[in-house]
Design a protein. Structure first.
Length: 368
């Protein structure tokens, strides 16, 4: 029942279902338009991520790193750096859900700033998630849709990651070095055997994403592993996201059969730059996952869509699911004004969106 309730209250899924049902009045979906490679890849990714979450790998790393922080700048840098790295492998959603409560517990204990650090953790998770094909679910769609090779994908993501980290390092220079007591390491232990096995499954999954093997096998292995470790892991999977992907595939299959809409969208993505801005802007109002699926069906400019969709995760609260989770988690665990947090968070998010939009435009123009 909890799983069904979580699915039913997912806002993006609700919108997806609504527009999908409306589209059914105009056309009937074609089975061939449903990208099952993307669906199985996302399902495998979500399963593996939940296994890692159950094993508390990220919690242990967070406590180990914070045990060496002796001032506020170092604490912020460590948490943000961990958010970037965790975002690469565990995705931005799990990263913010794990790290933000940990940081806020420390912040409340020693009366440390909350707004800027939490915002930076969320931003770091988004930056890190853009680096890998599985960090963001829509990256998996891009790899599948355009048959992108590992080399080509990292040719796009490495320059974006480097420039984003340089900008973030400049932000850290403005954080004061206020001394804080060294944090005590919590007695959390990693179960090494299942962690190593999960990592091997993760590597197996990597080959499936890039079609070296059929993705169905990593999915089956991941599910079997989750059931073997603890069947309740399967209840934690974001099934709403899978249904959102499926709904959008159906919706896009329908609108592809409506000439007026097809012509309108083609007019919006007629060039690399227009594709980039269409993806970035549409992410602000419909989130970057459905935006990528929509724009991706009507353009061949894969790099522009990659940059636009990942940068479009900044800005509005619905630009990325991780953004909504940051707000939700802060409302649950923060102890300062929620209104003040939202205002300052929004300002920083849109500042980041503007700066990174310029960065992405430069990467496209100068072919970096």
């Amino acid at each position: 029942m909890t799983v069904l309730k979580n699915i039913a209250k997912d806002r993006i899924l609700q919108i997806t279902v609504l527009i999908t049902v409306i589209s059914l009045f105009f056309a009937r979906p074609r089975f061939a338009d449903i990208n099952f490679h993307t669906l199985w890849s996302v399902a495998a990714m979500l399963t593996i991520i939940q296994i890692y979450a159950y094993l508390h790998v990220l919690d242990v790393l967070a406590y180990k790193l914070t045990s060496i922080a002796d001032n506020t700048r170092k604490l912020n840098m460590l948490f943000t750096a961990l958010a970037v790295i965790a975002g690469m492998f565990l995705g931005n959603d799990i990263t913010v859900l794990t790290l933000i409560p940990l940081y806020l517990n420390i912040a409340k204990r020693y009366k440390l700033p909350q707004i800027l650090p939490v915002t930076l953790i969320g931003m770091g998770a988004n930056i890190g998630a853009a680096f890998t094909p599985w960090g963001n679910p829509h990256n998996i769609f891009l790899v599948s849709r355009y048959n992108v090779s590992p080399l080509k994908f990292f040719e796009w993501s490495v320059p974006y990651l480097i420039l984003s980290l340089i900008i973030m390092l400049l932000v850290f220079l403005f954080i004061p070095k206020k001394e804080i007591p060294t944090q005590k390491t919590e007695p959390i232990r990693i179960s090494w055997r299942p962690t190593i096995i999960t990592t091997l499954v993760f590597i197996f999954f990597f080959f499936g994403v890039f079609r070296a093997i059929d993705i169905i096998w990593p999915l089956i292995v991941a599910i079997v592993l989750a059931l073997a470790i603890n069947p309740h892991i399967m209840l934690k999977i974001d099934y709403a996201l899978l249904l959102t992907f499926t709904g959008f595939f159906i919706f896009i299959s329908d609108i592809q059969q409506i000439p007026a809409i097809v012509n309108l969208i083609h007019d919006m993505v007629y060039s690399e730059i227009s594709t980039y801005f269409a993806s970035t802007i549409s992410s602000q109002v419909m989130s970057n996952v459905p935006s990528t699926i929509l724009v991706g069906k009507f353009t061949n400019y894969a790099q522009a869509l990659f940059l636009g969709s990942n940068i479009g995760g900044f800005g509005s609260a619905i630009g990325s699911m991780a953004n909504m989770l940051v707000l939700k988690t802060f409302n649950q665990h923060g102890s300062v004004s929620k209104k003040k947090f939202f205002i300052q968070w929004t300002i920083m998010q849109f500042a980041g969106l503007i700066i990174l939009t310029i960065v992405g435009l430069g990467l496209l123009i100068f072919r970096i």
